[in-house]
Each structure stands twice: as structure tokens, then as C-alpha cells.
Design a protein around this ligand. Structure first.
Ligand code: SF4
Length: 363
């Protein structure tokens, strides 16, 4: 592992960006297929035209880094069924409201009388529970290692304050097991991973060592265009030198030890479990379930709902897009029957979704 790189203070300067691009264009090496794992990177790459600006021998493909998108339809259907239960308030971040479930969506459930609230933080949901103790308030816990610590802290606070009508339906996911699963996807053949800066600020660079040990270079990147270009240079240099290490470009945000406080909170409240991902299927030790000590706040244990009917939207290839096997233009519904106003799958809804990014910036 190489750590740390110098602070890059010119990361917004146009001349610096142009020079980095030129370095990539002058490179002489084998063609590389690099996966940007994170939805925030996907949006930045699309918005700034980075995919088109790169030389032909560097292909960027999008991965499973949009938390709403990788949430399995069964989890979405479960939360919608819970929202329809009497005397229950369903609280969620805004993106999820418009994600279609198998039979209905949260927005439609709300129009049928379900009490569905958009919140900006799990603490807002805790406040709803505190304000009306006669209702069960269930928060939809979706996200990676970046959001999980805040939700863990909220569950711990609810337990400490005795607010037993605050519950969480946890569909949190862990990034490194998904990268391991991607290494096994037939026909994908990724050469290197552009790793997420914000997740890595929590888990630390060492979490990617097993991926590098498989011979795949990993660089943890910031989110400005110059960050991404510099990270691509670092990945290309590793590949060209036949090295596979974990390097940190985003030195201004990532420490070698990650964030021990956040990790400890997650460890206290959650327990690691096998879990279902859209596109990647069941991945061992890849999700965060609520631990026994906090079982009173676990909506999955409290409410039994039947979602055996759950299935993927017809004609939607979100699963293949999330595994990097296809891009949105290869979906027959893209821009035709699927648009941000009428989304068919989650990748068109989410502000970090690949289909939404292509629709906005690459169509
Ligand atoms: S364009 Fe729509 S239907 Fe096609 S993969 Fe994306 S979200 Fe699914």
C-alpha cells in the first residue's frame, strides 16, 4: 500500500485538468477497462465529459456505487408493504419516493393514504417518533459505509432515550464485498478500480487490500475532475508497471486508519450479514443488519410482510448496468419509455444513478 500522496490543492484549476488529460493521452500502454465504483464519480464523470475526453484505450465503466440502485426490489417492496400498515409512518430520503416497486411505489402508496415522509436525516425520523409515540416510525436505512454510522448513532440514541416506536429497516451495504463479487462476474474483466473517496474516509485504504491482492490496482479518488484524472493516471501507471496496490489520491479526505469512531459505532449497532444486491445477487457478509442488542428498533423483526411476488421491472437492465456489463444506451427503454419523469428502474431515479447521469449529460 502506498500512502499518502501530497495534498492536491490545484484540483479545480482548468490548466491542471488539461495537463492531466494530456498525460493520459500521451500514455502508451495496453487498453484498460477501469470501473468507477461510486455513483458520485459516475455523475462527475458524466457531468464533466470525462468519459468522452479520455483516449480510446481507457474505457470507464460504471459500477454498483449508487445505494438506491443496488437496493434489491424485495427490500423496496418490503418497505412499501410496511408503509401501508396501519398506524405506521414510513420515513425515507427523497430519492426512494420515486423508485418503482413491483406492484406500486412509495409515492403511489402515499396517494392511497400511507403516511410516507421525506426526511433529510435519520434524526428527523427520530423526531417524528418522539413527537407522536402512538405511531411506529420506520426509517428506510439505505446507503454504504458513509451513511451507516449516522443511522447507527440514531438507533443508539433512540435506545438510550427509550423511544421504542423508532425503527429502522436496514438495507445498508458494504463496498469491499461488492468489489470481490465483481471480480467473479463472468465476462466483466475489469483491469482496475477507481474507489470512492467518501466511503474510504470511513473504512480506510486497507479495506481494498484483498482486491489488490487479486492483481487489480485500486486508487481512492476525490470527486473533482482533476482528482479523477489524477487517479486514472495513477491506475494506468500501476497497470503499465504490472503493479497492483491500494493508492490514495484523495489524501485530503482519507486517513490510513479510516474513521475509527464511525467504524466503532457501526460495529456496536449493526451485525454483518449476507445480503441481496440488485444485479449482483446474494453476496456473503455484504450488508448490515441490526444487532440483537438493538432488536427493539429493527423493523425487519417487528413487521412480517410477504413480498414473494417481488421481481425486477420488465425490460429494465439496471442489474447489468450495476455490474458494468452494459451501459444505459444498451437498454431498449432508455429515453423511450424510461425517463427521469417516468422512471422504470432505480438507475433512472437516483441522483447517483447511471441511467440518470447518461440521460442528463451523455445522450
Ligand atoms: S433506462 Fe430505465 S429501464 Fe433501462 S436500465 Fe435504466 S432504469 Fe432500467
Amino acid at each position: 500500500m502506498t500512502m499518502p500522496l501530497p495534498f492536491l490543492d490545484e484540483f479545480r484549476h482548468a490548466d491542471h485538468t488539461a495537463a492531466l488529460l494530456e498525460t493520459l493521452r500521451e500514455r502508451q500502454g495496453r487498453p484498460l477497462k477501469i470501473m468507477e465504483v461510486c455513483g458520485t464519480h459516475t455523475m462527475a464523470i458524466s457531468r464533466h465529459g470525462i468519459r468522452q475526453a479520455l483516449p480510446e484505450d481507457i474505457e470507464l465503466i460504471s459500477g454498483p456505487g449508487c445505494p438506491v440502485c443496488v437496493t434489491a426490489n424485495a427490500d423496496i417492496d418490503t418497505f412499501i408493504e410496511m408503509a401501508l400498515l396501519p398506524r405506521l409512518t414510513a420515513a425515507t430520503f427523497g430519492d426512494m419516493l420515486r423508485v418503482p416497486g413491483t406492484r406500486t411505489g412509495l409515492a403511489e402508496a402515499r396517494s392511497r393514504g400511507a403516511d410516507v415522509r421525506i426526511v433529510y436525516s435519520p434524526l428527523d425520523a427520530l423526531e417524528l417518533a418522539r413527537a407522536d409515540r402512538s405511531r411506529q416510525v420506520v426509517f428506510f436505512g439505505v446507503g454504504f459505509e458513509t451513511t451507516a454510522p449516522t443511522i447507527a448513532a440514531t438507533i443508539a440514541r433512540a435506545r438510550d432515550e427509550g423511544i421504542d416506536n423508532f425503527l429502522v429497516y436496514s438495507a445498508h451495504k458494504l463496498v469491499p464485498p461488492a468489489l470481490e463479487a465483481l471480480c467473479e462476474v463472468p465476462g466483466l474483466a475489469v483491469d482496475a478500480f477507481l474507489c470512492p473517496g467518501h466511503v474510504s474516509a470511513i473504512i480506510g485504504p486497507a479495506a481494498y487490500e484483498p482486491i489488490a491482492a487479486r492483481g487489480l490496482p485500486c486508487v481512492i479518488s476525490g470527486f473533482e475532475p482533476a482528482d479523477i484524472l489524477q487517479s486514472l493516471i495513477m491506475l494506468a501507471r500501476q497497470a503499465d508497471a504490472e503493479r497492483a496496490e491500494v493508492e490514495v489520491q484523495y489524501g485530503r479526505g482519507v486517513r490510513p486508519e479510516g474513521n475509527p469512531t464511525a467504524l466503532s459505532l457501526m460495529d456496536t449497532v449493526f451485525t454483518v450479514a449476507d445480503g441481496e444486491w440488485r444485479g449482483l445477487g446474494k453476496i456473503p457478509a455484504s450488508t448490515l443488519a441490526i444487532g440483537d442488542e438493538f432488536a427493539a428498533h429493527d423493523a425487519a423483526r417487528r413487521f412480517a410482510v410477504d413480498v414473494s411476488y417481488s421481481r425486477e421491472p420488465e425490460g429494465c437492465i439496471c442489474g447489468e448496468i450495476l455490474t458494468g456489463l452494459k451501459n444505459p444506451r444498451q437498454c431498449g427503454r432508455f429515453r423511450r419509455s424510461c425517463t427521469p419523469d417516468h422512471p422504470v428502474g432505480p438507475c433512472m431515479v437516483s441522483s447517483e444513478g447511471t441511467c440518470a447521469a447518461y440521460f442528463q449529460y451523455e445522450s
